[in-house]
Ligand binder design. Structure first.
Ligand SMILES: [Zn+2]
Ligand SMILES: [Zn+2]
Ligand SMILES: [Zn+2]
Length: 290
């Protein structure tokens, strides 16, 4: 078996989504059907699309943990030509701080908590546990690779992996397009669930949306009395659908929509929030709203 494919299957078995890279260490191009995103793109992309192409199209979005896809005939050609292996850090709940050169590495040694590091051609990858938004050039020679991004697999590296620190999140905060999660649920601008926040979800978009819509309908059908505990039940049900997913599944976004539905039928917001948080976390049912 070809070496990158073998390494890919080993990583995939550890729930790390992987894909081959061609010469130049970049993803393979799209097939004719997907060229120029004519297919609409894949369901897990930022703008979700209907593409079910079995070939290695759409760069990071093709990364998978499915051994049947990795070893499929459609991927055999790319594996033969592969020059490197890449993985999708966000899909494995990881963030790679890509330090391009010695200056960037010495900056990281001063500014960031130690974690697992992997040597690269001219610099290092610092790998943290936890996913976040990706961003290029957050500082000279520093890229953040996590959600909707790929990073080269250069071996397991060394050192203990630590949790994604605030210092790394702060590097891209100013680029966040969505407002910080604040106090008011019903305000506009709240992110609704879509495929882009569920990069580690095993379910189809339709499955998740059907579950959500049913739950919201149950909450809305219970004006005031009972809607709070219904929200708890719905949140618990939604969380249970994803216990076997590697995550992230966008549960937080699903939860906000349940809170908003409960608030819309008169449940006090703090109570609705608590009920949904407890439901998502699988904590015991709360008492009735006072
Ligand atoms: Zn395609
Ligand atoms: Zn496509
Ligand atoms: Zn899921």
């Amino acid at each position: 078996m070809n070496a990158p494919l073998y390494a890919a299957l080993v990583l995939a078995a550890r729930t790390v989504p992987v894909l081959p890279l061609r010469a130049g260490k970049v993803p393979f191009g799209n097939c004719p059907t997907c060229r120029g995103n004519a297919c609409g793109g894949r369901p897990n992309m930022k703008t979700p699309g209907p593409c079910r192409c079995t070939r290695i199209c759409h760069a990071w979005a093709a990364a998978t943990t499915d051994p049947a896809v990795l070893a499929s005939a459609a991927w055999a050609g790319p594996w033969r030509e592969a020059q490197a292996l890449a993985y999708h850090p966000g899909g494995a709940e990881l963030t790679v701080v890509d330090l391009d050169n010695a200056d960037a590495v010495s900056w990281a040694r001063d500014a960031l908590p130690a974690t697992r590091t992997v040597a690269t051609t001219r610099g290092e990858h610092w790998i943290y546990q936890g996913a976040m938004q990706s961003a290029n050039a957050v500082r000279p020679g520093v890229d953040i690779k996590s959600r909707m991004s790929y990073a080269r697999w250069l071996g397991p590296g060394s050192g203990a992996m630590t949790c994604l620190p605030t210092a790394v999140r702060a590097l891209v905060e100013r680029e966040e397009t969505t407002p910080a999660r604040g106090e008011v649920v019903s305000s506009s601008g709240r992110t609704e669930w879509d495929r882009s926040v569920a990069t580690g979800c095993r379910h189809t978009e339709r499955f998740v949306r059907t579950g959500l819509e049913r739950g919201l309908a149950l909450v809305r059908a219970r004006p005031e009395s009972g809607a709070g505990s219904q929200a708890f039940g719905v949140a618990q049900f939604l969380a249970a659908q994803h216990t076997a997913c590697p995550g992230p599944c966008g549960l937080e976004e699903l939860g906000w929509q349940v809170v908003a539905a409960a608030v819309s039928v008169g449940v006090p917001e703090p109570y609705a929030r608590r009920a949904v948080t407890n439901g998502l976390n699988g904590t015991p049912a709360p008492g009735r709203a006072s």
